[in-house]
Design a binder for this molecule. Structure first.
Ligand code: ARG
Length: 460
């Protein structure tokens, strides 16, 4: 029992099974850099507050630098019996600099410490998410720019509906990931809060200065309530929620790529680098990267669910349950960053096949709305125009041709309002050009989106 840092009042040691059950160092060692940064800031402020001499603070900071060097060179020996990263670092510090190391934990609890370390870590990782999101938006914009003229059958209910440009379609995804980026920016305001000085839960009698620690660490805000400071895990949940949404967005593209790569569609050719073959069927090229990403979405959403259930029954303030908040984040972080990187690379390499898209546009009577609108513009009530057009579609379908392939005499049988000028509106490219409404698939709107997104990226 004596070997535990908190072992003063214990007569018996911890059961081996309990030690294995309760340790977190096997995963929270990843917080070592933040733990050391936080402790160094704490030591400097303790000195500023007159609690340590400058020499003592300097010795502690140097000692912590030495600990970091040992960790980074791989010679550090992590000890499970010391439970977590915080105790491992502090214990080694005391071995290196002697009893002075014990002064570091003045006016601080592991409850504040773990909250600080994790906040610093999540903030650093969210900055990486933002880079990855911006890189993906950039690829989407670049591919969209290449395909301003490429016609794609736009769908509702996954049924061919109206022609759009592939550019417009890709930019819809760019908008999603831009919003995700902004969600991260907003969430960061709530992550970047400095909890040190809560001193476990109630505040402290020591003359702490949380704002000075926050300034030292370059974190904008400090806690307003010491109980909230140690028990708030909203920042992790929000991060994993945004991660889940990012994955859901990625999963939608994956689903589409999987369908588009099926030869019955053939809209895309998968990059070799992100596909796999079959061990038995030599012709196969499987969209495994997309399938895995779609699958891993479940994993990140699972982490979010786990976290929500984790906190739902916790009374104030810190409870050991909270130790379970780290692995879901670490796992989500790894998955989100890898997925964003792979998606960006995959979209950079994917080959779009405009001819195949055009084939479906033609086969799907995607100019039918144009004909109905044409009749409506000539004074036919839209309901009736819709009905007439339906009859024309049925006729063309029976003949196995498109509306634009019918001749004017044939068309005129359905309505005397149909004249030669109907062929102008039956032209698919024209239907896109004429969609000049704000945010529509028309060329001005698409050009405007490309420009706005490019500007946004440049301003990051
Ligand atoms: N390993 C713990 C965690 O991750 C650190 C805080 C422990 N505090 C305590 N009083 N036992 O939450």
């Amino acid at each position: 029992a004596k070997k535990k840092m908190w072992g003063g009042r214990f007569a018996e040691g911890t059961a081996a099974s309990m030690e294995a059950y309760s340790e977190s160092v096997s995963f929270d060692w990843q917080l070592y850099a933040e733990d050391i940064r936080g402790s160094q800031a704490h030591a400097r402020v303790l000195a500023k507050q007159g609690f340590l001499t400058d020499e003592e603070a300097a010795a502690i900071c140097d000692g912590l630098d030495a600990v970091r060097a040992e960790i980074e060179s791989g010679e550090f020996r992590w000890k499970t019996e010391l439970e977590d990263v915080h105790m491992n670092v502090e214990s080694r510090l005391t071995e290196i600099i002697g009893p002075l190391g014990g002064k570091l934990h003045t006016a601080r609890s592991r409850n504040d410490q773990v909250a600080l370390d994790f906040r610093l870590h999540v903030a650093a990782r969210l900055a990486v998410w933002q880079e990855s999101l911006a890189a993906l938006v950039e690829v989407l914009v670049a591919r969209a720019d290449e395909h301003r003229e490429t016609m794609l059958p736009g769908c509702t209910h996954f049924q061919p509906a109206q022609p759009v440009t592939l550019a417009h379609h890709l930019l819809a995804y760019a908008q999603m990931f831009k919003r995700d980026f902004e969600r991260v920016t907003d969430g960061l305001k709530r992550v970047r809060v400095m909890p040190l000085g809560a001193a476990a839960l109630a505040g402290t009698t020591h003359p702490v200065n949380p704002q000075a620690v926050a300034d030292d660490l370059g974190v904008e805000a400090i806690f307003a309530n010491s109980m909230d400071a140690v028990s708030d895990r909203d920042f992790v949940l929000e991060a994993v929620f945004v991660g889940s949404l990012v994955m859901a967005h990625l999963s939608r593209i994956c689903e589409e790529i999987i369908i588009w790569a099926n030869p019955n569609f053939g809209y895309v050719k998968l990059p070799d680098q992100y596909s796999t073959g079959s061990s038995i069927m030599p012709q196969k090229k499987n969209p495994d990267a997309c399938e895995l990403m779609r699958g891993k979405t479940g994993r990140v959403v699972g982490s979010l669910m786990g976290l929500l259930v984790l906190i739902k029954g916790l009374p104030m303030t810190y409870n050991r349950d909270m130790q379970e908040d780290k692995e879901p984040f670490f796992d989500a972080d790894k998955t989100v960053v890898a997925s964003l990187g792979i998606m960006a690379d995959m979209l950079r390499q994917i080959v779009y096949v405009p001819e195949k898209m055009l084939e479906t546009v033609k086969r799907g009577f995607l100019n039918a709305t144009e004909l109905a609108d044409y009749l409506a513009a000539k004074g036919v009530p839209f309901r009736e125009a819709h009905h007439i057009t339906g009859a024309v579609v049925a006729h063309a379908e029976q003949k196995g041709v498109g509306l634009e392939d019918l001749d004017i005499a044939e068309l005129a049988q359905f309505s005397d309002r149909i004249g030669e000028d109907v062929f102008d509106v039956l032209d698919y490219a024209a239907s896109i050009r004429r969609r000049t409404s704000p945010g529509g698939t028309g060329p001005d709107s698409v050009a405007g989106q490309v420009e706005a997104l490019t500007k946004w990226l440049a301003g990051l």
